[in-house]
Design a protein around this ligand. Structure first.
Ligand SMILES: NC(=O)c1ccc[n+]([C@@H]2O[C@H](COP(=O)([O-])OP(=O)(O)OC[C@H]3O[C@@H](n4cnc5c(N)ncnc54)[C@H](O)[C@@H]3O)[C@@H](O)[C@H]2O)c1
Ligand SMILES: N[C@H](C(=O)O)[C@H](O)COP(=O)(O)O
Length: 331
């Protein structure tokens, strides 16, 4: 039986809450939490949810059990006690240790997929650990050259050429080589994991109106068009560069499997406007499956019981679907 490992993320945020609330429903795939057991037990009490938290060890994966309201926990101890809603840099190392344990279990094949709760990038950096996001951390920690961030909701998938970069650095980071590597990963994943035998990929431009024939920027002419032509020559057809402001409409999207946007805030606001709370973040190109929620730590809602579990449910179900499909096809 495939088993997912779940890292609840920032302990002062809603990550522990949404996991406990989801487990309480019993409507989720088999999973193991990697977290501090006391944190989870205390948060369950604060929320008033009935979940039986049990400390397990790695041998659990040899004979996993799954039952409604049951949360097996591989223990990782907090650095310092947590007050909900209050970030504490002292626990930055805790968050990273939960991720490291999860990555090891996925790389060893004991766990079938990783599902991550939201982390607070700022407080991890404040703790003295350089961290731009899970996507980059998982790439580096698994010695993978390139990964691609893709968010998906009903009717729309958006992948990104660049991820957590300051806007001033985006143009310089977009090279023809990067664009080709990212597009190949996206194309392969759409075929392998998302049932798109001949993927239709729309590519945005970088500049307003995709550069307006060079009058509003030259990246489209100098970098994007030649890269897309080269990809077409190797059997990866795409459509673009298209103006990002007019691309997100049925005329284009109805026949597309994914949109490839040049940078974070070009693509993700559209995706989140369409599907916030019902979307999943998937890291393509890793040696294991990883999905995540579409939202952040929502410190304002921690321990209130008002956090919506919708995106975690989509993240769990997507990871499970990918894991079972790969298991059946031995991919
Ligand atoms: N997957 C991740 O690890 C991830 C994703 C996005 C943001 N973040 C991080 O989260 C931190 C806070 O980011 P932010 O404030 O921009 O975004 P946020 O998603 O934490 O909050 C934005 C708004 O949405 C609400 N919200 C978020 N999730 C909700 C849920 N499940 N149910 C109901 N309401 C919800 C919040 O209350 C808030 O009003 C940042 O450090 C950011 O980097 C992490
Ligand atoms: N870019 C993501 C989003 O907007 O949902 C988020 O920052 C999480 O990214 P990681 O999965 O790399 O932490």
């Amino acid at each position: 039986m495939p088993v997912l490992v779940v890292t609840p993320g920032e302990p002062a945020g809603i990550g522990p809450d949404i996991l406990l609330q989801t487990v309480a429903t019993g409507q989720h795939p088999p999973l193991v939490a990697i977290a501090d057991p006391d944190l989870m037990t205390q948060r369950a009490a604060m929320l008033g949810v009935k979940v039986r938290c049990e400390v397990i060890d790695d041998s659990f994966f040899e004979q996993p059990t799954h039952a409604p309201g049951y949360l097996p926990i591989l223990p990782v101890t907090l650095e310092t006690p947590v007050t909900p809603s209050q970030l504490n840099p002292a626990n930055g190392a805790y968050v990273i240790r939960t991720l490291d344990k999860a990555i090891d279990l996925c790389l060893s094949g004991q766990a079938s997929a990783l599902v991550t709760g939201p982390v607070h990038k700022g407080v991890i950096n404040d703790s003295g650990l350089a961290f731009t996001g899970h996507t980059e951390y998982l790439r580096d920690r698994s010695n993978t050259d390139d990964v691609v961030m893709m968010l998906a909701t009903e009717g729309l998938r958006v992948a990104l050429v660049t991820t957590h970069l300051p806007l001033k650095d985006v143009s310089g980071a977009i090279t023809g080589d990067l664009l080709k590597r990212v597009t190949r990963i996206l194309h392969h994943a759409l075929i392998k994991d998302f049932g798109c035998p001949a993927p239709s990929i729309l590519v945005t431009g970088l500049n307003p109106h995709a550069g307006e024939d060079g009058h509003l920027g030259r990246e489209e002419i100098d970098i994007i068009q030649p890269a897309l032509a080269s990809l077409a020559d190797e059997g990866i057809p795409t459509r673009g560069p298209l103006p990002a402001d007019t691309l997100f409409q049925p005329h284009y999207l109805d026949t597309a499997d994914a949109v490839l946007a040049m940078y974070h805030d070009q693509g993700l606001p559209v995706l989140k406007y369409k599907g916030f709370g019902n979307a999943v973040n998937i890291t393509l190109g890793l040696p294991f499956i990883r999905t995540s929620v579409d939202h952040g730590t929502a410190l304002d809602l921690a321990a209130t019981g008002r956090a919506d579990t919708g995106s975690l449910k989509v993240a769990l179900d997507t990871a499970w679907s990918m894991a079972t499909t790969r298991e059946q096809t031995h991919a």
